[in-house]
Design a protein around this ligand. Structure first.
Ligand code: HEM
Length: 209
């Protein structure tokens, strides 16, 4: 069986710090927001931990961004520029996730280090990493010190607007996590993608399941 290297070390470090950090942010965020319903840790501790992890994840985001911007691996995030081929590839992937997978068909996308994502993954990860994550971090930064950022907060419509955006992003990320956790189990075995994100290597299986 052939093994292909698809997740370089900086991506793996970024990913697991990010994943653990997001889970901690979700837990402490729920504690901060729903104080009446949840009393797992003291409110003050939840705020301090939430802020601290927020800053760690902002720094970690720049590790991810820097890695892709300054290496040739940026290709994994570049979509197909031929629109006909782009739609054909996307449709093939939708059909695979929609029913092909249940018939035991082979995944039409074969990852390599320069093209590890199928068109749907490229689109989803771009939206998450280049839109949702920056909005989440930026709104969190503004809420971290409302006095210091009062001018910017007013510019965006006030604390309530910034807070609503932050909570909406929280809902988006909870939804993303559910979908992400399902999709990562669709490798040639239940834990194949998780193993690849830990070791860097994806096992290549020629035959469908
Ligand atoms: C317990 C939580 C998580 C687990 C177990 C997990 C697992 C994985 C696995 C196995 C992959 C590789 C499969 C693939 O390439 O599609 C992956 C990729 C990825 N995950 Fe997660 N993930 C988690 C949380 C998150 C969170 C919270 C985010 C974003 C906020 C995230 C964003 C990504 C991105 C952007 C990639 C592609 C990374 C790259 O190669 O550039 N993940 N994840």
């Amino acid at each position: 069986m052939e093994k292909i290297y698809i997740h370089p070390l900086p991506v793996r470090i970024w990913h697991w710090v990010n994943a653990l950090g997001f889970l901690a942010l979700i837990a402490t965020g729920i504690q901060i927001r729903y104080l009446d319903l949840v009393q797992l840790i003291p409110f003050r501790t939840a705020v301090v931990v939430h802020n601290y992890i927020g800053f760690v994840l902002i720094a970690n985001f720049f590790l991810w961004l820097g890695f892709y911007l300054f290496t040739d691996k940026i290709t994994v995030y570049l979509p197909e520029m031929n629109s006909k081929k782009y739609f054909e590839d996307s449709w093939r992937q939708i059909k695979f996730y929609g029913y092909g997978i249940f018939l035991g068909e082979e995944n039409p996308h074969h990852p390599t280090i320069y093209h590890k994502f199928n068109p749907l993954q490229i689109m989803m990860y771009q939206i998450i990493m280049l839109l949702m994550v920056p909005i989440m971090f930026f709104s969190g930064l503004l809420l971290w010190d409302v006095k210091r950022f009062s001018t910017l907060i007013e510019l965006f419509g006030g604390v309530r607007v910034v807070d609503t955006v932050h909570v909406l992003m929280f809902i988006v990320f909870c939804g993303f996590l559910v979908m992400h956790l399902y999709l990562i189990t669709l490798g040639h075995s239940r834990f194949a993608h998780i193993k690849a994100m830990l070791t860097g290597f994806e096992e290549k299986h020629d035959n469908p399941k």
